[in-house]
Design a protein around this ligand. Structure first.
Ligand code: ZN
Ligand code: ZN
Length: 219
């Protein structure tokens, strides 16, 4: 099995988890959620001898994409986003000012939209795209045979907020149950913020979407 997480770093003003993952044999890599610290990420990518084949945002909130344009320009790799988050990306500069008081440059250029069922490759490793809206309309999760990168949809012991534009609580709850909890329970979950977990642990204990919430109780 050649899947590897080459790099995990908390980046940017809201401590977004950026993951660089891919094929341990060829060192082809995908950058997930480049939310800041572009220079540090690029240095680490170079030091590890990685070739970036794609840059993907799990959704377009500013704290997940601040470094996307610089990485795109300096690696030549395309930046991918689900098209339903286009309106969220349009809110990029205003939301940066609103939430953390920073002036952001124009939003990153999106080279292509990704959708449910798309597969993004890094060498022999495939990342499968699952559309998991609720936190934002175009939120996605990325699945490998070992891991789920869940963005701000599912956290260890929590879920993403749904009070931002385009968010919807019932959609998020349904999507986690129907699309994530049906996957192999042994998969590790790497969220957009906070510590890693497993699907099994969240299905059993997550107070918002797990059995502990009564969602899976007998009826
Ligand atoms: Zn978010
Ligand atoms: Zn976030």
């Amino acid at each position: 099995m050649s899947f590897r997480i080459f790099l995990h770093r908390e980046v940017g003003p809201l401590a977004c988890n950026c993951y660089v993952v891919g094929d341990a044999a060829t060192r082809a890599a995908v950058v997930i959620d480049p939310g800041g610290d572009a220079d540090e990420l690029l240095t680490a990518i170079t030091e590890q001898g990685l070739t970036v084949t794609a840059i993907i945002a799990t959704h377009a909130h500013f704290d997940h994409v601040i470094a996307a344009e610089q990485l795109r320009a300096q690696t030549g790799a395309p930046f991918y986003l689900h098209e339903s988050d286009s309106p969220v990306l349009d809110w990029y500069q205003a939301s940066g000012k609103l939430f953390v008081g920073i002036e952001l440059p124009p939003p990153p250029v999106v080279d292509a939209s990704i959708h449910e069922g798309d597969v993004v490759g890094a060498g022999s490793v495939d990342l499968q795209v699952i559309h998991t809206p609720g936190h934002s309309p175009g939120s996605i999760s990325l699945i490998t045979d070992q891991a789920v990168f869940s963005g701000d949809t599912l956290f260890a012991g929590s879920v993403g907020r749904t009070d931002l534009p385009g968010g919807d609580t019932q959609t998020l709850v349904d999507v986690v149950k129907r699309k994530l909890f049906v996957l192999d329970a042994k998969l590790d979950v790497y969220p957009g913020h906070g510590p890693a977990t497993t699907l099994e642990r969240e299905r059993k204990t997550n107070p918002f979407v797990g059995e502990a919430a009564g969602m899976w109780g007998p009826n």
